[in-house]
Ligand binder design. Structure first.
Ligand code: NAD
Length: 684
C-alpha cells in the first residue's frame, strides 16, 4: 500500500511537470478573427508529396492533445495547402501581443519573465512584419514556427528555475534540463542544417514539415528592438560612405548629398530615419503602401509620392538648401533608377535593401506590377514569378551600372543583393567574371565600411531594453551610457556620442523601451557595469542587454559581416560558433545560434545573446568575462586574418588584460612573396 502511494505520488509530481497545451487551454479555443489591415505573409513554398504532407500533419499534431485531433487535422491540412506552413492560427491569442513591463509576467526567475517580454515584443502588431505568421522582420524571420510552440515556450519560461536551462530547437521547446545557477537559462538554435542539406530547397521542405525555423538574427533570438536596431548602423554606414567615397571631412555630415535605396520594411525601414539623422537627403523606394504608411506615421519618412519626378524635384530642392529629408517613393526601385538615368540625375550614394535573402519567395518585387499583383502571382505561378524576378534584377543591374559609371557609389547592404544578381545569371557581377568565389565587383558595406572602420576595432550594435517599460529608465540609461563615452578618443567614439546624445530627440523607440548604441569591448563593459549598478541601487528596473548578431564576432557571413576577411577563412563558420559556445560557458542568460541570418540559408552562421541585469554581483562577474570575450573573440579572429586595425586592437588587449593571451600573426611582406613566386616561374 505504502509502495503504491509512493509510486502514485511520484507519478503525480511527474505529471504536474509535463507541459501540454491542455495546461494552457482547458478547451479548444475558438478560431481567431484576423484584424483587418494587419499584413499577412504570402503563401510559402510547399512541394511536399503525400507521405510528407501526412508527416507534416503528424508533426504538428504532436503538440495537440488527442481529443482535438479530429478538428485540427483538417484545419492544419488547410493551413499547409493554402499558406505553405502550419502556423496553428487557432492558438494565437485573440488580442494584440505586446512586450509588457516585466512585472506583468509570471515566472520563477527574472530571466524567465524577461524573455517573455522580449518574445512578445517581437510579435507586436506595431513591431512585427507578419504578426499572425510569427514573422518579426526580413520577410521570413520568425520567432518560432507556430503558435503552439509560442505558448509552450512561454509556459516553460514561467516554470523554469535558476537551476534549469530551456533548450529550444528551431522554435521547438525541447524542454527544461537541470543545469546550475551560473548557466544560461535559454539556449536556442534556428535552422542549423547538416552541410549536405544546407540549401534553400531542403530547408523549405524541412520548414513545411515543421522541423525548421528561419530565425533571421534577432527575430528567432528574441532580441529585436524594432527598426531602431539598425538605424545606428545605417547612420554610421552612410556617414562613413560619405567620408570615404565622397571626401567629406570626419567632422561633417551628409549635407547636400543624395542617397537612394529601396525597402521600408522591418530593417530597411531604418534608411529614411538614418539619412535624415546624417543630415542628407534620401529617396527610398517601396512597393508596399502599407509599409510606407507605417514609416510615415512614425515620422521616419517625411513625404510620400508615387511620382519619380516629384521625388527627385523635392530631393534636389532640399539638397540645394542643405536641408535633410527622407522621401518615400511608392513604386519599384528599378523605375526610380531608370528615371534618374534618363534624366541624368546625380546620385551620390546608392544601395538596396529589398529582402533578397528570399528573392524568389516574395522578398523582391518584379517591376511593372503592383505589390498586390506580385502576391497573387507568387501564389499562382511560381515559375513565372521567378522569371519576372530575374528579368527585373537584370534591369536593376543595368541601371546601377550606368549610375556607377557616372560616379555614384553603390554598396550591397547585406541583403544578398549581389548574390541574387549572380544567381539570376549575371556573370559580370563577379570579380573573376565566372563565379562568386572571389567576390563581386561592387563592395558589400562591411567590406568597405563597417569591417575596417568598426568591426575590426570591436565596435558593434550593443543594445538594451528597460524591462520596467518606463520612459524614465530609458532616459537615465541614455545619460549614463553617454557619460561612459570619451568622444575625443576616436572619430567612431564621437559618432557614437552624438548618436546617444540625440537618441531621445530622434524618437527611435517602437515597442519596448530600447536603445541601440555602437560600442567596442571596453565601452560595452563599462556601460553594462554602470547599468547593473543602476539596477542594484534601485534607480531603474531590470535591464536586458543584447546585441544584433550582425557584429564583430557574432556572424560568419562571407557576403556580409566577414566580407573583409581575406585570408580565405571567410567561408568558415568557426568564429560564430565559438562566440556562442564561449558566451554560454561564461553564463550569458540566453545564447542563440542560427543559420542564414540576413543573407539566407546556407550563406551565414550567426549568433547572439541576451543578458539580464538584476543588480547582482553574479551578473557583474559574468559581464566582466562574457562581454569582453564576445567582442574580442571576433576582433582576435580579424587580427589573425591580418586586418591592421584588428591587429592593433588585439595587441592593446593583450597588454591590458593579464588573464588573456591572444596569438598574434606575423604578416609576410607582399613584395617578398611575389619575388619568391616569380623565382619559381609562378606569375600573377
Ligand atoms: P522586409 O521584407 O521587411 O523589407 C523589404 C522591403 O522591400 C519590403 O517592404 C518590400 O515591399 C520592399 N521591396 C521588395 N522589392 C522591392 C522593389 N523591387 N522595389 C521597392 N521595394 C521593394 O525586410 P527587412 O527586414 O527590411 O530586411 C531587408 C533585407 O536586409 C533582408 O534581406 C534582410 O535579411 C537584410 N538585412 C540587412 C541588415 C543590415 O544590417 N544591413 C540587417 C538585417 C537584415
Amino acid at each position: 500500500m505504502i509502495k503504491l502511494t509512493i509510486i502514485y505520488l511520484k507519478e503525480m509530481i511527474f505529471l504536474s511537470k509535463i507541459i501540454t497545451l491542455e495546461s494552457i487551454y482547458d478547451e479548444l479555443p475558438n478560431y481567431p478573427k484576423f484584424v483587418e489591415g494587419i499584413r499577412r505573409a504570402p503563401k510559402r513554398e510547399m512541394t511536399l508529396n503525400q507521405a510528407d504532407i501526412k508527416q507534416a500533419l503528424k508533426n504538428a499534431l504532436r503538440y495537440i492533445p488527442k481529443k482535438w485531433h479530429d478538428i485540427l487535422a483538417p484545419e492544419f491540412l488547410d493551413e499547409l495547402l493554402t499558406r505553405g506552413r502550419i502556423y496553428g492560427y487557432r492558438f494565437r491569442p485573440q488580442k494584440n501581443i505586446k512586450g509588457m513591463p516585466i512585472d506583468h509576467y509570471k515566472g520563477q526567475t527574472i530571466e524567465g519573465k524577461a524573455f517573455q517580454v522580449m518574445m512578445d515584443n517581437n510579435l507586436d502588431f506595431d513591431v512585427a512584419l507578419y504578426p499572425y505568421e510569427l514573422v518579426t522582420y526580413g520577410e521570413t524571420g520568425q520567432v518560432c514556427q507556430n503558435w503552439m510552440q509560442y505558448h509552450l515556450i512561454k509556459k516553460y519560461l514561467e516554470i523554469m528555475t535558476d537551476e534549469q536551462t530551456l533548450s529550444i530547437l528551431s522554435g521547438h521547446p525541447l524542454g527544461l534540463f537541470h543545469s546550475h545557477k551560473l548557466a544560461p537559462r535559454v539556449v536556442l538554435t534556428n535552422g542549423l542544417m547538416v552541410g549536405l542539406y544546407d540549401n534553400m530547397h531542403d530547408f523549405n521542405r524541412a520548414q513545411a514539415l515543421g522541423v525548421a525555423n528561419y530565425g533571421q538574427m534577432t527575430a528567432g533570438g528574441f532580441m529585436y528592438i524594432g527598426p531602431q536596431g539598425i538605424v545606428h548602423g545605417t547612420y554610421s554606414t552612410l556617414l562613413n560612405a560619405g567620408r570615404l567615397k565622397l571626401g567629406i571631412p570626419k567632422d561633417q555630415n551628409l549635407k547636400h548629398k543624395l542617397f537612394i535605396s529601396s525597402g521600408l520594411g522591418g530593417m530597411s525601414g531604418a534608411q529614411g530615419k538614418a539619412i535624415e539623422i546624417a543630415g542628407g537627403v534620401g529617396i527610398i523606394a517601396e512597393v508596399d503602401l502599407s509599409r510606407i504608411e507605417t514609416r510615415h506615421a512614425q515620422k521616419w519618412v517625411s513625404i510620400v509620392t508615387n511620382s519619380e519626378k516629384e521625388a527627385f524635384d523635392i530631393a534636389l530642392k532640399h539638397q540645394k538648401q542643405g536641408q535633410a529629408i527622407a522621401i518615400a517613393y511608392h513604386g519599384n526601385i528599378v523605375n526610380l533608377l531608370e528615371y534618374a538615368n534618363t534624366h541624368q540625375i546625380k546620385i551620390d550614394l546608392l544601395s538596396d535593401q529589398t529582402s533578397c535573402h528570399a528573392v524568389y519567395d516574395g522578398g523582391y518585387c518584379p517591376v511593372d506590377m503592383s505589390f498586390e499583383e506580385r502576391t497573387a502571382l507568387l501564389n499562382e505561378d511560381k515559375q513565372l514569378f521567378i522569371h519576372k524576378v530575374n528579368e527585373t534584377l537584370k534591369r536593376h543591374y543595368q541601371a546601377i551600372k550606368t549610375l556607377t559609371e557616372n560616379g555614384t557609389y553603390f554598396f550591397d547592404y547585406g541583403n544578398s543583393f549581389l548574390k541574387a544578381l549572380y544567381d539570376a545569371g549575371i556573370k559580370d557581377i563577379c570579380r573573376n567574371n565566372e563565379n562568386d568565389l572571389d567576390g563581386f565587383i561592387y563592395p558589400s558595406y562591411v567590406e568597405d565600411l563597417m569591417g575596417p572602420l568598426l568591426f575590426d576595432y570591436g565596435y558593434g550594435p550593443f543594445r538594451w531594453v528597460c524591462l520596467s517599460g518606463k520612459d524614465e529608465d530609458l532616459d537615465l540609461t541614455d545619460e549614463v551610457a553617454m557619460s561612459c563615452i570619451n568622444p575625443h578618443r576616436r572619430f567612431q567614439d564621437n559618432d557614437n556620442y552624438e548618436w546617444i546624445k540625440n537618441a531621445k530627440h530622434n524618437q527611435l523607440v517602437v515597442g519596448t523601451k530600447a536603445r541601440i548604441l555602437y560600442q567596442d569591448a571596453e565601452g560595452r563593459l563599462k556601460i553594462a557595469l554602470e547599468f547593473n549598478k543602476l539596477v542594484r541601487d534601485k534607480k531603474t528596473g531590470p535591464i536586458m542587454l543584447g546585441r544584433d548578431h550582425h557584429d564583430t564576432g557574432g556572424t560568419d557571413s562571407p557576403f556580409r559581416e566577414t566580407a573583409n576577411i581575406k585570408d580565405g577563412s571567410n567561408i568558415m563558420a568557426d568564429m560564430a560558433t565559438h562566440v556562442a559556445l564561449g558566451n554560454a560557458l561564461r553564463g550569458m542568460s540566453l545564447v542563440a545560434l542560427h543559420n542564414g541570418g540576413g543573407v539566407g540559408i546556407g550563406k551565414a552562421i550567426n549568433g547572439g545573446y541576451g543578458m539580464v541585469l538584476d543588480g547582482s554581483k553574479r551578473v557583474d562577474d559574468i559581464l566582466k568575462q562574457a562581454l569582453i570575450y564576445d567582442v574580442m573573440a571576433g576582433v582576435s579572429r580579424r587580427s589573425w586574418a591580418m586586418n591592421q586595425p584588428a591587429i592593433e586592437t588585439t595587441h592593446t588587449f593583450n597588454e591590458h588584460h593579464n588573464k588573456a593571451s591572444v596569438l598574434m600573426p606575423y604578416v609576410a611582406d607582399d613584395a617578398l612573396l611575389t619575388k619568391t613566386l616569380e623565382s619559381k616561374g609562378i606569375k600573377s
